[in-house]
Each structure stands twice: as C-alpha cells, then as structure tokens.
Design a protein around this ligand. Structure first.
Ligand SMILES: C[S@@+](CC[C@H](N)C(=O)[O-])C[C@H]1O[C@@H](n2cnc3c(N)ncnc32)[C@H](O)[C@@H]1O
Length: 222
C-alpha cells in the first residue's frame, strides 16, 4: 500500500468525511441541483462515456454512475473500489483500483475529477493535470474555487484540505469553458466552489506554457 493510499484509507476508516454519518456534515452541496446542471451540460455536448478520477464512495458517486451509459471510476483506496463494485457494479459500470498517476486513461468523452485535487500536494496536482492534458478525451470537469483573490496554499499535506483555484498561480489554467456552481445548503462555507469544465485542447495548450514535468509512475508527492 502506498503512503497516499494509507492516508485516504484511514480517512474512510475513521469516517472523517462523515460518509457513514451524514448528520455530522456542517454544510452540504445540493447534489441534485449539481447533477441536474451537469447532466444538462453532458447532454448538450453528447457525453456518453466518462472516467471518474478519484471517484470516492458516497452520495455523489452513487448518482453520477447513472448519468452516463459508460462509466469507469478510479480510486487509490482498494476498499473503496471493492465497496463500489459491490454496490454499483453493473454492465457499463466499472471500478479500477489505481493511483491516477499510474492509470492509463482510456479514450472517453469526459474525465471527471471532483473534490480530489484540493486534498493533494501541488506536485501531484500538476502531475494529474499533465496526465489529463495527454489523454485522448474531449472534456474534463474538475473542482475549482473561483474567487479571483484566492491564494493557493502550496505544500499541502496529502489528505488535508485547502480550496484551490486552478486558474490562479501556480496552476494558471485558462478560464473554463463552463462553470457549474456547487450550491451549499446550510451555511455556505465556500460560495465560489464550482465544477469547472474545460476542453482538453485548452489543457494541451496550457501544458506547453505552464505544465511542469508530470510526476512519474511510483513517485509520490512529499
Ligand atoms: C473527497 S473524495 C471525492 C470523491 C468524489 N470524487 C466526490 O466528488 O464525491 C477524494 C477521493 O480521491 C481519491 N484519491 C485521492 N488521490 C488519488 C490518487 N492519486 N489516485 C486515485 N484516487 C485518489 C481518494 O481516495 C478519495 O476517494
């Protein structure tokens, strides 16, 4: 087991994200609204297949598997992948146990990478963005926080959390093709939390100008 898997496996074991006990979550995103907006976008551009990088386990991924005819969920935690296979496995739906960095992204219409990068060290974020830029996929949807004055915290300890803006320094992605707001119920802790949707061709251009060298397979962020 890699250090990164151990960190995330422990989070699930201790239910630190309150997946088993939803009553303890301080503020919840309106997932029905998010899903409805996201499905509308996918229908508009004809997304029929998706790879969900860092698919996790919980209310969101239970809904997203039914949003496309062909779905592949990838996660670094083996127990999460096994549980997903038991709960959600069916024809057209597959779960893969892998670190995103080591995974060969298949040709699909869309990559989803929601609520993943804000738990990772910047080196790993760059590694994942580069990997996505090299894939044979049309669209990518990733969590980003849009306040223009957001300062990204660097050297994040893997598994902790800091809201990141993918368009601010040091990532400097172009403005997304589409932003879908993640509306929080109860106290809105992060009113600028969004699912940003980019064309992969925009990430290809970004990689030429700003992408650092991707992290090699087996290499872990500090
Ligand atoms: C906060 S959860 C998000 C789950 C889901 N995407 C969602 O939106 O609810 C982050 C997930 O990313 C996974 N993860 C983090 N780093 C990863 C990596 N390098 N490769 C694969 N999965 C990773 C974790 O195990 C965890 O399941």
């Amino acid at each position: 087991m890699s250090d990164l898997e151990r960190i995330f496996a422990e989070i699930y074991k201790q239910d630190k994200w309150y997946i088993r006990d939803r009553t303890k979550v301080s503020s919840q995103v309106d997932l029905n609204l998010l899903l409805s907006d996201f499905k509308k976008f996918m229908k508009g551009v004809g997304v029929l297949s998706m790879v969900d990088l860092g698919c996790g386990l919980g209310p969101w991924n239970q809904s997203i598997v039914d949003a496309v005819p062909n779905y592949i969920g990838v996660d670094i935690v083996e127990s999460v992948v096994e549980r997903n296979r038991e709960l959600l496995g069916k024809p057209g739906v597959e779960f893969i146990y892998s670190d995103i960095i080591a995974y060969s992204i298949p040709t699909t219409d869309m990559i989803l990478c929601r609520a993943v990068m804000f738990h990772l060290h910047e080196n790993l974020v760059f590694g994942i963005l580069n990997k996505i830029a090299e894939s044979d996929v049309k669209w990518v949807a990733m969590t980003t926080f849009t306040a223009v004055d957001r300062v990204n915290r660097l050297d994040l300890k893997p598994g902790s959390f800091y809201p990141i803006s993918l368009t601010n320094t040091p990532f400097l992605l172009p403005h997304p093709h589409k932003l879908i707001k993640e509306v929080e119920m109860n106290p809105p802790l992060y009113p600028d939390k969004c699912l940003g949707i980019w064309k992969i061709e925009d990430l290809v251009k970004w990689k030429l100008n700003y992408g650092k060298s991707p992290i090699q397979e087996g290499e872990q962020a500090q």
